[in-house]
Design a binder for this molecule. Structure first.
Ligand code: LLP
Length: 404
């Protein structure tokens, strides 16, 4: 995104033009950024040709998944709905991995029917259930076991998943026990060790530590896993002063690992592929002036983008049209929802805004639309894919008819 003649533009289209045609709030994805992220990710790890499974939970728009598929990606899914959308987008079942702590019997049955690459199990009870269903149906089902490596991802506590107090995966002792129990099962074919230590990780060191833990445990297990699934979690720069994850160092530590333990690596990235590709265009509905600050009431709300309310996450806000005058009051950007947490951020010295001005929330491609809801019975926004000067509606704005 950049300013051309003071107008904020996505690829070659001004935000103003997009908003006039499609209304607000609107999620807009830049195709060129999306493509760049995909190619960069592939290039960062090309020496060992991993299977890259896009994490559908970060963004489940079928039109975007269809585009990702063209680059050879598979999918990481966590529910029947996500598995269905991945298949519908044309992703080959043998490129799909299924994670999650609470897969139901229906979901397991469906995954077995579709013959997906791996069901990554997260407990002994789940493996028992997979084995029961597989036996009943006289099938052989490929599974992974998710290890909880007790590694601190050094990220927000709400999105950390790899520490012993988190519900994900099994601890070392259970892992070793399960390998022993299931390595010769007829119906459950043990193929993979999987991990995912958290999200929005900007430091390569937790990954290095995680690889060391994995190595130590697979040595003890004395078993040849065909796949090591390292999960996702690669962070992006929401703020200018954020570190950048050092992909080179992460890549090097994986290469060192593979020299000692030959296997096929799987990744499950979400945010690093889609996060910085999208912006949420919103219009200022009202400005409410208080003594010390001004409430900038937007037409976008926490139902459209919940990350600030849920995690205190920060999304940069930019004006649609650049003006020179700065406000001497703090601007508090809020939505219209009846909750005090329906707030995007408070900013000092923002440029003067007036009612009906456009603003743009940045880096909302991951866990933006996929976490949106109809809270307060608000309609979900439209999603647009921008390619150069072309706009494709990749999801229509909801209508009241869709709701009732
Ligand atoms: N694999 C597994 C097993 C996961 O649980 C996740 C994310 C991923 C892969 C993808 O992680 P990523 O590459 O996107 O970091 N809603 C939160 C993030 C929750 C992440 C949940 N798991 C947020 O908005 O920050």
């Amino acid at each position: 995104m950049r300013y051309i003649n003071k107008k904020l533009t996505i690829e070659k289209l001004s935000v103003d033009r997009i908003a006039k045609k499609y209304g607000t709030p609107a999620y807009c994805y830049s195709f060129s950024q999306f493509r760049k992220n995909i190619l960069n990710f592939k290039k960062s790890f090309n020496s060992f040709s991993p299977l890259i499974c896009f994490s559908i939970k970060s963004n489940s728009n079928i039109n975007l998944i269809k585009e990702i598929k063209k680059f050879g990606f598979g999918a990481d899914v966590v529910s029947m709905g996500e598995l269905m959308v991945a298949l519908k987008a044309g992703i080959h079942p043998r490129k799909i991995v299924f994670s999650g702590v609470g897969k139901t019997s229906d979901e397991i049955n469906y995954a077995i029917n579709k013959n997906i690459l791996l069901i990554n199990a997260e407990s002994q009870s789940e493996i028992k259930e997979i084995e029961r269903i597989a036996k009943l149906r006289n099938k052989q089902v490929q599974i992974g076991i998710r290890l909880n490596p007790n590694t601190d991802a050094k990220t927000l506590k709400q999105i950390s998943t790899g520490k012993k107090e988190n519900k994900f995966g099994v601890n070392e002792e259970t892992f070793l026990d399960l390998v022993k129990k299931y390595k010769r099962s007829k119906n459950v074919i043990l193929k993979c060790l999987s991990v995912h230590i958290g999200s929005q990780i900007l430091d390569h060191k937790p990954y290095e530590k995680m690889l060391k833990v994995i190595y130590k445990i697979i040595k003890k297990a004395n078993f040849n896993f065909e796949f090591i699934d390292l999960g996702g979690g690669m962070g992006i720069q929401y703020e200018n002063n954020h570190n950048k994850l050092d992909y080179k160092k992460y890549n090097n530590s994986i290469i060192r690992f593979l020299k000692k333990y030959n296997s096929k690596i799987i990744f499950e990235p979400g945010r690093s592929i889609i996060g910085n590709t999208a912006s949420l265009i919103s219009k200022v509905t009202y400005i409410k002036e208080e003594k010390t600050k001004k409430f900038i009431v937007l037409d976008a709300a926490m139902n459209d983008l919940i990350r600030p309310a849920l995690y205190g996450a920060y999304h940069k806000i930019l004006p649609g049209l650049k003006k020179n005058k700065r406000s001497n009051k703090i601007y508090e950007f809020v939505g219209p929802i009846c909750e005090s947490t329906d707030k995007f951020s408070s900013i000092k010295n923002f440029q003067e805004l007036v009612e009906k001005d456009l603003v743009v929330l940045q880096d909302v491609g991951a866990y933006g639309m996929s976490l949106s809801s109809n809270y307060n019975l608000r309609l979900k926004p439209i999603e647009l894919l921008i390619k150069n000067t072309k706009i494709k509606v990749i999801r229509k704005r909801q209508t009241y008819k869709d709701l009732f």
